[in-house]
Design a protein around this ligand. Sequence first.
Ligand SMILES: C[S@@+](CC[C@H](N)C(=O)[O-])C[C@H]1O[C@@H](n2cnc3c(N)ncnc32)[C@H](O)[C@@H]1O
Length: 265
Amino acid sequence: MVDIGTGNGAIPLLASQNARRRGIDLDLHGVDIADIDPPACISGGQAMYAGIRFHPRTSALSLPFADASVHLLTSQYALEYMPRAQAIREALRVMGYDGAAAFVLHSDDSIISATLSPQLRGLDWLFGQSELLARTRQLIAHHTMKSQPPSADATIRAEFESAMREFMNVVHENPSTDILRKVTGHLRNILSLEPAGAMAALDRTERSLRDEHERLRQLQRAILTQEDFDQLAEVFASTGRRVTVTPIDHVPGTCMGRTMMIERA
Ligand SMILES: C[S@@+](CC[C@H](N)C(=O)[O-])C[C@H]1O[C@@H](n2cnc3c(N)ncnc32)[C@H](O)[C@@H]1O
């Protein structure tokens, strides 16, 4: 069994626990393009992941497995991040005629998609229209450069306060934008520091917000529409396999995406 885009190996771990309980011997592999090492990174990982072979820095577009050597290929929220046509071609190569696949996929009717949208819009606005970060930076820089005339002080403070007022209005009008509410708290802490420390803290905050922005943008691109599901199902169905798509909605009102099971008919 091969899990592509395995991350911390949640799926091979589940499979290994299940197999152990049922006395089945599985040859388990987790592949990821990132430099993963779950047994070393997670406390108690050596014992927990015993028997699972991880392949870090390995693309799912070029798997280190022979043709038709994989009985079950899995992916949990990972296939969607890959160039789809290439990933499917490679999956079908290693699955051969008899292999099956099981995917957990993001869908646009999920709670993940619904929660993502306001956060992404908030960060688009923060880095697009809002002047708050620039004005905060200007305010801290001004306190560092004591040679500025006193009149500059009032102007810079007024510009900061105007940006902050606009920011607070947006936060107020978009109560589900948690990420912006957190920014307010961070800025309050930053402005209570000495100028040098404040500037370094602002840099760190901005970097982590930009990372989060990029992560959310990637997630948005990974969310599949009904049309995407139909296309994906059609590709696997055209190889003579039965494709079953089921919403993941064990908790009513909180759809977490869909499973797609692909087996030889
Ligand atoms: C959202 S994470 C999901 C991780 C894991 N499956 C889970 O459910 O926790 C997506 C993973 O896909 C990996 N990934 C993205 N493109 C890949 C590729 N071309 N080949 C292998 N892994 C890839 C990323 O490095 C990341 O670990």
